[in-house]
Each structure stands twice: as structure tokens, then as C-alpha cells.
Design a binder for this molecule. Structure first.
Ligand SMILES: [Zn+2]
Length: 469
């Protein structure tokens, strides 16, 4: 995609060159130029992977269950490891306080909307806000900057496609709860080339068709995640929506609704795809547990719906579609339900969701190694905030590391919150331009070492999209 119709300042920027000129002004504020090769060169393709709600102990718990020991995942062994602060506008991260007082990190935490806005625009905003500053003024995002370079763009998630994290990379709106309007901005107004997620109006949380009357689900509110009934009908009919390829005329989405169709994308990718997983609130995390009272079980103990794709399959499909653009692409991949299961303090389901995310990272690494390697591609693996205050056993005055009990065995862990915390989150990076993030990690935490801020992530991406030849 190449333009957005959202703002008057952008509305006239219909051509690639006009849009690029507009971006020169915006990005010049931040942009030192970078022409060296390898780790210091601007990447052709950028893949940003966000595990929503994932702190250091979430990875540790998953590692112990998945591998029997920590640090065995490919990204852990081959990426540069940093940390990242996540606080919203008007707050701060103070390592001394957070590490001295067990409860300090429960204050001043962000939400996924403000965090996504920071990572997508470089601007700290209020909780709940998407793509707008604290005064509700729209601010440009990295997807739009990539589009101005002629790149393809996409967002994919395991929660509804119009949820806060994907929305933060596309939409501009004061309230994250305005799902219908967010979906309209994403599907009818943005130049995005790939949008994938849950939120299907006609399926339930177990991936089963919902009760219908005359083909319509009983509850009309079930259409909110896809922009309402009219937009759903228009998508189903393949009606052209916004201009994705910059030729001045609107482009239709190819609507994908089954796992087989999604898997087929890798072999025969269309130009523009919206994939709506056949499930409502999440791909898999909200399916019924074996014990309905506990709502938790060991990973995969309650079978997953075979009709619903994995995040790795979604990533493979999205990469095939976006990889067709000769100018490269920007893709945001979210493991959205690590957060939801952490709110629920569901350790087994959380680990299952993080395994799904790990498998998606492996799929991305495989794709990169088959498509230009690490001199052309940049992969970032991070989180938007920690959720659940997950700690090791006996954590009372300090949050200790989760303890492993062997592969395939649930680790020893304790939840200390049902909300978000203001802890640092993991940040892994590899590939072209990765040195830029190390340069920006100028602050030091006594526990996690060098860290950058979530706004630095957007600033680096703006620099790349500006400086690339
Ligand atoms: Zn959350």
C-alpha cells in the first residue's frame, strides 16, 4: 500500500513520490544516515514479532516446558539480546525502585494500545489510545512510512484482527474499544496488504459454527471485529476497498477463512489477503478447558480445533504474500493471547501460546534464511509489556526466576497480578540494521542490562525506511 485516506495532510499524497517527500519532513527529525553493510545497513524486509504480555519469566517458563532448559530456542542462541522499557505517557521506568520494592512494578504499567502506539509511531500516549498522541492528534506510523517507500505491509495476530496491537500499527483512534471503526480503518481505508486474525462472526471460541437464523448469527455484535455486517458482506463479495498498490484505484481483499486456504497461500499467494480465522475471540487460547472451573490445563491437554491455523502457518502465508513486493515489506506478527492467558493466570495455556509464538519465530527464521538471509532481513522479537507478574517460587521481596522441572513438566511459577506490570521486557534482534538497536540501548538495568525504550523501536524503523536507497 502507498497512502492512507485518513488525514487531510496525507489525503493528497496519492503517488509514491509525493508520499515519500512528505516523509522526508517527518523522518528528518530523527534520521542519521546509514550506508554500511550488514548489521548496520537498512533492511529490505522488517519482521517485528510481539508476544503480548510476555516478560522474561514467561519465556523461561516456556523454555523449561518446551526444551527442559533455558536458552535453547534458535532466536535465543542467534539473536542479540537486549531489554526494553514500555511505560506510557506521563510515567517512567526507574530500575532502583522496581528492583528494591516488590510492588513498585505494579504501578505505571502501559496497556497494549499505548505500547503499540509507541512501537509504531515513536510517540508515548495515553492508555487505550491508538496512533494518536496525548492530545488525540493522529501521528504517523511505521507502516505508513514503509508504504511511502513502496513496501508492502501487514499485521497478523491470534486475537481479533482489530485488537489493540495490530490496530496500533494501522489505525488512528482515541479508544481501542472502538473495534468496528478500527476494522473500517484497517480494511476500508488503509493500504495494508495483509491482515490476519481471529474475530470471525460466525464461529465460537472453540472454532465451531455459531447458531444462526437465516445465515446470520443471532448476536449482531459478533460482527464488530470485522467492521460490522456491511463490511463483512462486502469482504465476502470481494468488493474493492482501499488502494493497496498505489495505482489510484481500490483493491479487493482475497478473503481466507479456512486452514487449508491459509496453508495454500505459501504456494499461490494473492496480492492482498485478509485471513479471518474460523474462531471468535482467539485462535486457540479461549477454547474450553478440560476443567471448566480452573480454565487451565497443561499445553495441548485439551485438543485444539484442527480447523484453526497456528501462528506459524499464518506467518508463512503472510510472508508469501508480502514477499512478492520487489520493494520489500514490513510485517508485524503478534502472539496476542499470551497476554490473555496471563490475565487469567493460566500457566498451561500461557506456555502453549508462547510455544505457538516460538514456532512462529522458527518459521520466520526459516523464511529469512531462504529469502535473502540476514543481510536483507531484520527480525525483532519482543513484547509490549509484562502481564501477570510471573515470578519463581517463594517470590516475596524480589521476583526470582521461574524454576524448571524438566521437559514436558509444568515449571514452578507464581502469578502475583492479574494485570500488567511496568517491568522491562525481552528484546531480541538479528539481521540488517540490528546494530541500530544496540546503539539505542543506552540505559542499563542492574538485572537485565542494556535496554532501549519502546519509542526507540519506531525511531529505528523510521530511520531505515527513510534511508534505504
Ligand atoms: Zn493485557
Amino acid at each position: 500500500m502507498r497512502h492512507t485516506k485518513r488525514f487531510s495532510s496525507l489525503a493528497h499524497a496519492r503517488t509514491k513520490s509525493a508520499c515519500a517527500a512528505w516523509w522526508v519532513l517527518v523522518v528528518a527529525l530523527w534520521a542519521p544516515f546509514c550506508t554500511a553493510a550488514g548489521q548496520d545497513a537498512a533492511p529490505r524486509n522488517v519482521i517485528l514479532m510481539i508476544s503480548d504480555g510476555c516478560g522474561f519469566n514467561h519465556i523461561l517458563a516456556t523454555d523449561y516446558y518446551q526444551d527442559g532448559e533455558a536458552g535453547q530456542q534458535r532466536y535465543e542462541q542467534t539473536f542479540t539480546a537486549l531489554a526494553m522499557s514500555t511505560y506510557p505517557a506521563g510515567r517512567s521506568y526507574e530500575p532502583e525502585k522496581v528492583h528494591a520494592d516488590f510492588k513498585a512494578c505494579m504501578q505505571g504499567a502501559t496497556d497494549s494500545a499505548a505500547a503499540a502506539t509507541a512501537m509504531a509511531t515513536g510517540v508515548k500516549t495515553n492508555k487505550g489510545a491508538l496512533g494518536v498522541d496525548v492530545d488525540n492528534n493522529p501521528v504517523p506510523n511505521v507502516s505508513e512510512a514503509a508504504e511511502a517507500r513502496g513496501k508492502a505491509t501487514g499485521v497478523i495476530t491470534t486475537v481479533p484482527l482489530s485488537h489493540a496491537t495490530p490496530a496500533g500499527f494501522v489505525a488512528h483512534i482515541q479508544s481501542r474499544g472502538s473495534y468496528e471503526e478500527i476494522a473500517l480503518q484497517m480494511l476500508r481505508e488503509s493500504a495494508a496488504d495483509v491482515v490476519m486474525g481471529a474475530g470471525h462472526p460466525l464461529f465460537d471460541n472453540d472454532g465451531k459454527p455459531v447458531e444462526t437464523e437465516g445465515g446470520e448469527p443471532v448476536d449482531a455484535g459478533r460482527y464488530r471485529y470485522v467492521g460490522g455486517v456491511e463490511t463483512w458482506d462486502a469482504l465476502s463479495k470481494g468488493e474493492p476497498m482501499a488502494d493497496a498498490d498505489g495505482d489510484g484505484s481500490p483493491d479487493a481483499w482475497t478473503l481466507v477463512q479456512t486452514r487449508a486456504e491459509l496453508q495454500a497461500l505459501a504456494q499461490a499467494p494473492p496480492k492482498r489477503v485478509v485471513a479471518l480465522l474460523p474462531a471468535h475471540s482467539t485462535a486457540h487460547a479461549d477454547r474450553a478447558a478440560i476443567d471448566a472451573d480452573v480454565k487451565d490445563d497443561a499445553p495441548y491437554e485439551a485438543p485444539r480445533a484442527a480447523s484453526v491455523p497456528t501462528l506459524a502457518e499464518m506467518a508463512q502465508g503472510a510472508l508469501a504474500v508480502l514477499g512478492q513486493d520487489p520493494d520489500g515489506f514490513f510485517l508485524m506478527i503478534e502472539g496476542g493471547a499470551v497476554d490473555w492467558t496471563s490475565h487469567g493466570n493460566q500457566l498451561g495455556r500461557m506456555i502453549e501460546e508462547q510455544i505457538d509464538f516460538h514456532q512462529a519465530i522458527d518459521a520466520v527464521i526459516d523464511w529469512v534464511e531462504a529469502h535473502g538471509g540476514w543481510d536483507e532481513n531484520l527480525v525483532i522479537v519482543t513484547a509490549d509489556h509484562e502481564c501477570g507478574y510471573l515470578c519463581g517460587p517463594g517470590s516475596e521481596t524480589a521476583c526470582t526466576p521461574v524454576k524448571g522441572r524438566g521437559k514436558g513438566v509444568m515449571p514452578e511459577a507464581e502469578w502475583h497480578s492479574r494485570g500488567h506490570t511496568n517491568q522491562l521486557v525481552p528484546f531480541y534482534v538479528r539481521g540488517a540494521g540490528s546494530a541500530r538497536f544496540t546503539e539505542k540501548a543506552t540505559r542499563t538495568d542492574p538485572v537485565h542490562g542494556a535496554y532501549l525504550d519502546n519509542t526507540d523501536l519506531a525511531k529505528a524503523l523510521f530511520e531505515f525506511f527513510k534511508s534505504e536507497p
